[in-house]
Design a protein around this ligand. Structure first.
Ligand SMILES: Nc1ncnc2c1ncn2[C@@H]1O[C@H](COP(=O)(O)OP(=O)(O)O)[C@@H](O)[C@H]1O
Ligand SMILES: [Mg+2]
Length: 616
């Protein structure tokens, strides 16, 4: 009888959608195993005892009447040490482990493996703030495990658990299957709860936090146009829409490589497999400098702070949605330890397409372009999980999740429903432009349509920097850049109508400086040895030199000098400004860059005062 109850029966199979009856008693979003092959699926619609199931694995070969087994639990991820430096599929199956076990490049259907390695031994150091007899609750940090050279993994009491500590292990080496703490219910001592270094969490449910906070710390990406013109914060929401080939993937990857987030969750959602292969090839070769406890520096591989969730275009479409939820849940877990996390999703459009396919097969009423009417809600629900928060539990701490979602509208048409819904949700919009990409202007961020709503909090941040820090002026310098670019746009129309000669000298200066800004500041070749990454001190130096040049030019013009004359007199300084970006970031020696900038600023001052003096 029990057996009968826990099994449904397939009525219909339609692509990734399976309809089964005899499913009464099951819940929405319950995980089920479909068919004799035990394929993994999730219930997404229930009417009477008929359930519609989206299947995360290829459904070929299923037949009517095959059993559907209920599991009684929703889709969950395993959270514990071993997530970083790992690669999972959309439902957190570890790809390397599967490849080792099956000796195949494909994932066999219905395979069940632990997401994390349960045999690996971890070095656990209990927190000295928790003792036997204490009452602890969800989010309390009870110990540390060094996950690798970069990540100190905090072991926490799982959310929604509470109890008095009955026993607690001492410092030592444990696996994920070892009980490290036993809790008893203070009201009923017969009820106990075992705490492991790992726990599970349903992916569709946001992990709890005390409150959302506003954030004013910049998320630096190493891309000048993003860091200064359209900046984002730790805990922000950003979208990168752009047609095929505009550089969405390059930006997402650059962000993962060089951003100042403590950890990265990179979700490859429905895009080509070779992009994931590229990540797998590139990332392990990249290192960052890390300060050790003794003050020395050590080069550590960036994979150690990165977790990849891969759902490429040849994997089942329904799992795209799962990969997004898996990714954000992993990011929230590390956020709860008090870290600043960044999650990239490339691309959210592929997820929306999966929603459209399933919705169509469910026979739901289609909305704009055939996408389901709830598309906007789903996207909003996802982006809402970003933010800086006060974490639950003790000790008090804050953490953040930044979401960067790529959007690939067909033909680069930003009026498509996914782009326009995303636009109303996110705070930062990096609109990529096909024409710029065609001209090889990368990153092809269009400065006329992109925006950032974090300019005000970031102004506060920069203005609170020490008196002698030139980055205090970043907001003002950027405003000047934007003004120059806007003027260029309107001047270009005049030039097209009546020619360049009709322009005043002041306007010629604006056009020339605008060109410098576009070609020597905004353009940044991600594949060059000197410009793949631009540290903030270099960016600040470039801003200083270019704005100073502009101001001094305008001053000279006001004293009746022509642009041609200025250009001749300051030839060397002009060349130096255009070469600024070639200062190598690998020299990474902040002082060398700062010295070059200071020298150039001096040269500019003397050059212009000589010019003005000659006239006298
Ligand atoms: N920052 C950059 N610097 C130099 N080339 C770039 C840059 N961004 C993109 N590209 C070029 O554009 C191509 C397409 O970029 P990609 O990120 O794959 O586009 P998308 O993901 O939008 O389809 C890259 O292969 C590269 O040649
Ligand atoms: Mg791409």
């Amino acid at each position: 009888m029990a057996n009968e109850l826990s099994h449904g029966r397939i009525l219909k199979v339609s692509g990734p959608l399976v309809v089964a009856d005899l499913m009464s008693g099951s819940g929405m979003f319950e995980l089920v195993r479909v068919g004799h092959g035990k394929l993994i699926g999730e219930i997404i619609k229930l009417i009477g005892d008929t359930a519609s199931i989206q299947c995360y694995e290829e459904t070929a070969g299923l037949s009517v009447g095959d059993p559907v087994q209920r599991t009684g639990a929703p889709l969950q991820v395993e959270l514990g040490p071993g997530i970083m430096d790992n690669i999972f599929d959309g439902i957190q199956r570890p790809l390397e482990t599967i490849a080792d076990e099956t000796k195949s490049v494909f994932i066999p259907r219905g395979i069940t493996v632990n997401a994390l390695d349960h045999t690996k031994k971890w070095n656990f150091t209990p927190s000295n703030e928790v003792k036997v007899g204490d009452i602890v609750a969800g989010g309390y940090i009870i110990g540390d495990v060094p996950e690798n050279d970069m990540i100190m993994h905090k072991i926490m009491i799982p959310p929604n658990v509470r109890g008095r500590v009955k026993s607690f292990v001492s410092q030592g080496v444990y696996t994920l299957d070892d009980i490290i703490m036993v809790l008893v219910d203070p009201l009923d001592s017969s009820k106990t709860f075992n705490v492991y270094m790992v726990h599970k969490w349903p992916v569709r449910r946001p992990r709890p936090y005390v409150e959302k906070m506003s954030s004013n710390e910049p998320l630096l990406t190493g891309q000048r146009v993003l860091d200064t013109m359209f900046p984002t914060v730790l805990g922000g929401t950003c979208a990168i829409p752009g047609a095929f080939g505009c550089g969405k993937t390059c930006i997402s990857q650059a962000l993962s490589k060089y951003s100042n987030a403590k950890g990265i969750i990179y979700v490859g959602c429905g895009e080509r497999g070779n992009e994931m292969a590229e990540v797998l090839k590139d990332f392990p070769e990249l290192t960052v400098k890390q300060i050790q406890p003794d003050g020395s520096f050590k080069q550590v591989c960036i994979m150690q702070r990165t977790c990849l969730v891969a759902n490429t275009s040849n994997m089942p479409v329904a799992a795209r949605e799962a990969s997004i939820y898996t990714g954000i849940t992993l990011a929230e877990y590390y956020r709860d330890m008090g870290m600043n996390m960044a999650m990239m999703a490339d691309s959210t459009s592929r997820w929306a397409e999966a929603l459209r396919e399933i919705s169509g097969r469910l026979g739901e009423m289609p909305g704009d372009s055939g996408y389901p009417a709830y598309l906007g809600t789903r996207l909003a629900f996802f982006y809402e999980r970003a933010g800086k928060v006060q974490c639950v539990g003790s000790p008090a701490r804050t953490g953040s999740v930044t979401i960067v979602g790529a959007v690939s509208p067909p033909g680069g048409d930003f009026s498509d429903p996914v782009t326009s819904s995303t636009l109303t949700i996110v705070m930062v919009f990096w609109g990529l432009d096909k024409n710029l990409a065609k001209k090889k202007h990368f990153p092809s961020v269009n400065w006329n349509i992109s925006f950032s709503k974090y300019e005000r909090p970031l102004r506060q941040y920069y203005e609170s920097r020490p008196e002698d820090d030139p980055s205090r002026n970043i907001p003002d310098m950027v405003t000047k850049f934007k003004k120059i670019l806007a003027e260029e746009k309107s001047l270009q129309e005049i030039v097209q109508l009546v020619g360049k000669d009709s322009l005043g000298e002041e306007q010629k200066v604006t056009l020339e400086v605008a060109r410098i800004i576009r070609e020597d500041y905004l353009m940044q070749n991600g594949f060059s040895a000197w410009d793949y990454n631009c540290p903030m001190h270099k960016t600040t130096g470039m801003l200083q030199c270019m704005t100073t040049f502009y101001d001094l030019c305008q001053k000279a013009v006001a004293s009746k000098f022509t642009w041609a004359r200025i250009r001749r007199a300051l030839h060397q300084q002009y060349v130096d400004i255009t070469m600024l970006k070639q200062l190598s970031p690998a020299l990474a020696d902040e002082k060398m860059v700062n010295d070059s900038v200071a020298r150039l600023l001096d040269d500019l001052e003397t050059g212009f005062s000589d010019l003005l003096a000659n006239r006298r």
